[in-house]
Design a protein around this ligand. Structure first.
Ligand code: XMP
Ligand code: MG
Length: 183
């Protein structure tokens, strides 16, 4: 799929497919180096992180284990409440594991902040975070995120796993939507 397939839906492409690919290679090489003496458990946060997880995992040189969690923090509104509900929990026991959380985007950071303390409380040896996108202007909590793909402006973005009403997750780049889409 490319931009032509989307007609007038896209307002602006913020991160291209090639930029994502290149940056994930860089992050994978940092991760390979940092974890050269430890086995990683990648924990993907559904559904948004599916694309990042698939591409990042394949860019790594070391074999890893992968598990998934689904959480919800949005309730009925569009802003993060910080009140997180587990919709699907991990299958893996985290005791003594080196966990790398794989996220699509950090917005307010409230979801991730909750997730970090939740996973740490399960006895993991370490918990770090890799996110494709971060909105620095939207951050409400102090977070130590080791691997960040791109900082984006404080606007709603879609593509590469991110959706608007479950649509556009398969768009291979990250973009803002034209206003008419929301009407
Ligand atoms: P917080 O605010 O807790 O939110 O950091 C994190 C989760 O909210 C979703 N989110 C978005 N989804 N476009 C999306 O499609 C966006 O611009 C956006 N901002 C936040 C996402 O699920 C993320 O994990
Ligand atoms: Mg998400």
């Amino acid at each position: 799929m490319d931009q032509n397939d989307l007609g007038t839906d896209i307002e602006k492409v913020l991160v291209t497919e090639a930029q994502i690919k290149h940056r994930l290679m860089e992050l994978a090489s940092d991760i390979d180096r940092d974890y050269h003496d430890r086995e990683i458990l990648l924990v993907g946060v559904l559904k948004g992180a599916v694309m990042v997880m698939a591409d990042l995992a394949r860019a790594l040189h070391n074999p890893v284990r992968m598990d998934w969690m689904a959480v919800s923090s949005y309730g009925s509104g569009t802003k993060s409440s910080g009140v997180v509900r587990i919709l699907k929990d991990l299958d893996t026991d985290l005791k003594d594991q080196h966990v790398l959380i794989v996220e699509d985007i950090i917005d307010s950071g409230l979801t991730l902040s909750w997730l970090l303390s939740n996973l740490r409380s399960r006895g993991a040896a370490s918990v770090e975070v890799c996110t494709l996108l971060r909105k620095p202007e939207a951050l409400k909590v102090d977070l130590d995120v080791r691997y960040v793909g791109f900082d984006v402006p404080n606007e709603f973005v879609i593509g590469y796993g991110l959706d608007y009403a479950e649509k556009y997750r398969n768009v291979p780049f990250v973009a803002t939507l034209a206003p008419h889409v929301y009407r």
